[in-house]
Design a protein around this ligand. Structure first.
Ligand code: KG4
Ligand code: ZN
Length: 331
C-alpha cells in the first residue's frame, strides 16, 4: 500500500510517503514567518499552509518516485491543532482522495507522535510508554496496543516546549526557544539557582511548568542588567535542568509502576540534548530500551501520520467526507 501522509496542525507544512513497510519520503517546510512574532500566528500559519501544501506533497511524491495515481490511500491530521491550519490539510486530503478515488483517514496528531518511532526499522512494539513533549503537549502515555492508550500524566498548565519558549523570551533568545536554551545551557552552570519542581500530593504523574517559569521571572527581576547578561547561560542551564528532570523522573516512575521496559520519546522537546544524555544514562543503568527518533521525526512531520494511516487503512478503516477539524481533540 502506498500512503500519503499530510500534517498541517500547527506551523509545519509536511507530507510523506509510506510504502507498506518503509518510509519513502518525508518533506517538511517550516514556516519562517512566525520568527518575528516570537510565536505561531494562526492566521499566518493557515496562509502559509495554503501556499506550501501542494508543492510539499509534489516533492514528497517525487522523492518517493511515485505518481499521485499510484497512491492507495491518504492520511491526514484532523486534530488537535489550529483550526485554520487543520482545515488546509484536511481539505487537500479529501479533494485528493475524491479525485483519485482512494480512501482517506483522519489521524489524531497525538496518536501520530506515538507512531513516530515506528517509522524507523526497529521501532517499539506495544506495550511501551511514550513521552510526547512538544510546544503544545506534554503527555506520558501507556501504549497498551495500537489504538489502545492510557494517559498516565499530562501538563496541568504550560506544555514543556511552551515553557522553554517563554523562558527563552525572558532571556531575550530567539524563537523557537527550546534549541536556543539547549545551546546556551551548554556554557552554563545547572546548579547556579535551585528552581522548584512541581510535585502533586496525589502521587500523579502530571506536570506543571507555571511555578518554574515564574521562579525564573522573579530571579531575573532581582538582577541588574549586567548580572542578567553575565548569568544568562547559568539561568538557561538551571531552568533546563529543572524542566527536564521532572520529565525523566515521571517517565521512570511510569516504567516502574507498569513494569514496562521500553520508553519512546516524541515531540520537539525530545530533541533536547540534556534529556537525551540523561535518559541514555538511565536506560543503561536501569536496563530499559530507549527509543529516540531523529530530529525530523521528533518535530511535527508527515511520516508519523502516513505510518499511523497505514495501520488503520490497511485494516479497512476510512473517514467520512463530513469529517471536520477538531482543534481540541484528545487522545
Ligand atoms: O513537536 P514540535 O515541533 O511542534 C509542536 O509543538 O507540536 O515542538 C516544538 C517545540 C517548541 O516549543 C520548541 O522550543 C521545542 O519543541 N524544542 C526544544 C528543542 N528543540 C525544539 N525544546 C528543548 N530543547 C530542544 N533542543
Ligand atoms: Zn506535534
Amino acid at each position: 500500500m502506498n500512503i500519503l501522509g499530510i500534517e498541517t496542525s500547527c506551523d509545519e507544512t509536511a507530507a510523506a510517503v509510506w510504502l507498506t513497510d518503509h518510509l519513502a519520503s518525508n518533506k517538511i517546510a517550516s514556516q519562517e514567518v512566525h520568527a518575528n512574532f516570537g510565536g505561531v500566528v494562526p492566521e499566518l500559519a493557515s496562509r502559509a499552509h495554503v501556499k506550501l501544501i501542494l508543492p510539499i506533497i509534489q516533492s514528497a511524491l517525487s522523492e518517493a518516485n511515485i505518481n499521485k495515481q499510484d497512491l492507495d490511500g491518504i492520511a491526514v491530521t484532523y486534530g488537535p491543532g489550529l483550526a485554520g491550519s487543520l482545515l488546509v490539510g484536511l481539505n487537500v486530503a479529501k479533494s485528493m482522495a475524491l479525485a483519485l478515488k482512494v480512501p482517506y483517514i483522519g489521524i489524531n496528531h497525538m496518536e501520530g507522535h506515538l507512531f513516530s518511532n515506528s517509522v524507523l526499522e526497529k521501532g517499539p512494539e506495544p506495550p511501551f510508554i511514550s513521552l510526547t513533549i512538544s510546544g503544545g503537549h506534554t503527555q506520558l502515555v501507556y501504549v497498551k496496543g495500537w489504538g489502545d492508550y492510557k494517559i498516565l500524566g499530562k501538563t496541568r498548565d504550560d506544555a514543556a516546549g511552551e515553557a522553554f519558549d517563554k523562558v527563552a523570551k525572558m532571556l531575550e533568545l530567539s524563537y523557537p526557544g527550546g534549541p536556543a536554551i539547549d545551546k546556551l545551557a551548554k556554557d552554563g552552570d545547572p546548579e547556579y539557582i535551585s528552581l522548584p519542581k512541581a510535585k502533586f500530593k496525589d502521587n500523579s504523574l502530571d506536570f506543571s511548568y507555571s511555578g518554574l517559569k515564574t521562579a525564573v521571572l522573579y530571579h531575573l527581576q532581582n538582577l541588574d542588567s549586567q548580572e542578567r547578561h553575565r548569568h544568562k547561560a547559568d539561568i538557561a542551564a538551571s531552568f533546563q535542568k529543572a524542566a527536564i528532570e521532572v520529565l525523566i523522573e515521571n517517565s521512570l516512575k511510569a516504567l516502574e509502576e507498569h513494569e514496562i521496559d521500553e520508553l519512546a520519546l516524541a515531540g520537539g522537546v525530545a530533541c533536547n540534548s540534556y534529556l537525551r544524555k540523561h535518559l541514555h544514562q538511565e536506560s543503561n543503568r536501569r536496563r530499559f530500551k530507549l527509543y529516540v527518533p531523529p530530529v525530523n521525526l521528533c518535530t511535527d512531520n508527515g511520516a508519523m501520520i502516513a505510518r499511523a494511516g497505514y495501520f488503520y487503512l490497511e485494516k479497512g478503516e476510512r473517514s467520512e467526507y463530513t469529517l471536520s477539524p477538531k482543534p481540541s481533540l484528545s487522545l
